[in-house]
Write a protein that binds this ligand. Structure first.
Ligand SMILES: Cc1ncc(COP(=O)(O)O)c(C=O)c1O
Length: 381
């Protein structure tokens, strides 16, 4: 039965599109975007043991889950414009004032907004290579030119070479993804003092390095050009809610908030994250502690098998596979046949092919080791 038209609304003839020929295509796209690939990540089909995305494999923190359930009733209304309550909870945790916090739909969103806010079209963004690949993508999405500076032979940012670029933005992920290594705090302090433009420190994994995290917070007090970006997607177990933030001097945070725009954090996400920050810090610290113990144990187990994993300061381990026949893709596919998922990298500068393995509860890591044993055994025969 068709819906009767209300007497005061438009006539049906003005509402229904008649069958007309398609107009000739005149769609034009941004030139800078032609070289940007659509991000696909590791795909949506997950392995039973999915160690591919560095999320918290122990689950979500309890107060956050409770707050999400209670927040359902707020779904019909808009969230707060700039996540006021969440900013206050983050400011308390970071030891800064809430005007020094900007939130976003994941730290991806905060990085994207920062690149838009803090540079003019055509400016450069210096970053170590390899690093989090989205940094270069966000630069290009915002009309900026990435300058990739190879890591040193000990897999650390080359501070002198980064400074020499005199880039408008310098981006450092620390601990870095995919190497897992934290950049020494003295190097970051030097960058903070000497970069020509703004320094973005992407500290997505700093919750696995508590002492380092506290030092990062102090870095903001020493320079008005430093932005520390963090996320609740990793140690805080809330990746599906998409909550990221940055701490920065107020003027910088305000510019990034302008570029980010309003209503980016949903009510559910804001309430869950605020509850987690107020009540779940001990849960998060305990799970992070367990991840560190399991990470060290995994590194030893891999070394015992003749492999050469990098040491790590994060919740994942990078395993170079330069000599594996077929490289990282073949190794990943072989593990996948045992229903274990890891993240492959092909031809990482200075490292070659490698796989990145997320740390989780030991039974999952044991499944990975069992799969590795089967794959290594088959590879050797
Ligand atoms: C270094 C780094 N930064 C940022 C992100 C983005 O995290 P999210 O957008 O979930 O906060 C990731 C995700 O893997 C990452 O590894």
């Amino acid at each position: 039965m068709s819906t009767p038209l209300a007497p005061n609304s438009l006539a049906a003839s003005a509402l229904v599109l008649p069958d007309v020929e398609c107009v000739p295509s005149r769609a034009r796209f941004r030139e800078a975007y032609t070289g940007i690939e659509l991000y696909t990540g590791s795909g949506d089909a997950r392995a039973a043991v999915d160690l591919s995305d560095n999320t918290n494999l122990w689950g979500a923190p309890p107060a956050a889950v409770e707050a999400m359930r209670a927040a359902i009733v707020a779904a019909p209304r808009y969230p707060t414009v700039y996540a006021t309550e969440l900013c206050e909870a983050l400011a308390t945790r970071f030891g800064v004032t809430s005007d020094m916090i900007v939130t976003g739909c994941g730290s991806d969103d905060v990085l994207d907004a920062a690149m838009r806010a803090l540079a003019e079209s055509g400016d450069t963004v210096a970053m170590p290579d390899p690093t989090f690949p989205m940094a270069a993508t966000f630069a290009r999405m915002n009309g900026l030119e990435p300058i990739r500076v190879p890591l040193t032979s000990d897999h650390q940012p080359d501070v002198d070479a980064l400074l020499e670029t005199r880039a408008r933005i310098t981006y450092i992920a620390s601990p870095n993804n995919p190497t897992g290594l934290a950049c020494p705090i003295t190097s970051l302090a030097r960058l903070a003092a000497d970069v020509a433009g703004v320094l973005i420190v992407d500290a997505a994994y700093a919750d696995y390095c508590p002492l380092y995290r506290e030092s990062l917070a102090r870095l903001i007090a020493r320079s008005d050009r430093v932005l520390i970006v963090q996320t609740l997607s990793k140690a805080w177990g809330l990746a599906g809610l998409r909550i990221g933030y940055a701490a920065a001097p107020p003027a910088l945070a305000r510019e990034v908030a302008k570029a980010r725009g309003p209503y980016k954090v949903s009510t559910l996400a804001e309430r869950a994250a605020t509850a987690a920050l107020r009540h779940d810090a001990p849960w998060v610290a305990a799970r992070a502690g367990e991840a560190i113990v399991n990470r060290e144990r995994l590194v030893e187990e891999l070394r015992a098998r003749g492999l050469t994993p990098l040491r790590s300061d994060a919740n994942f381990v990078l395993l170079p596979l330069a000599d594996w026949p077929g490289g990282a893709a073949a190794f990943t596919a072989a593990l996948r046949a045992h229903d274990v998922g890891v993240r492959p990298y092909s031809g990482l500068p200075g490292l070659g092919d490698a796989v990145r393995i997320t740390i989780g509860p030991w039974p999952l890591i044991q499944r990975l080791l069992d799969a590795c044993d089967a794959v290594l055994g088959a590879g050797c025969s």
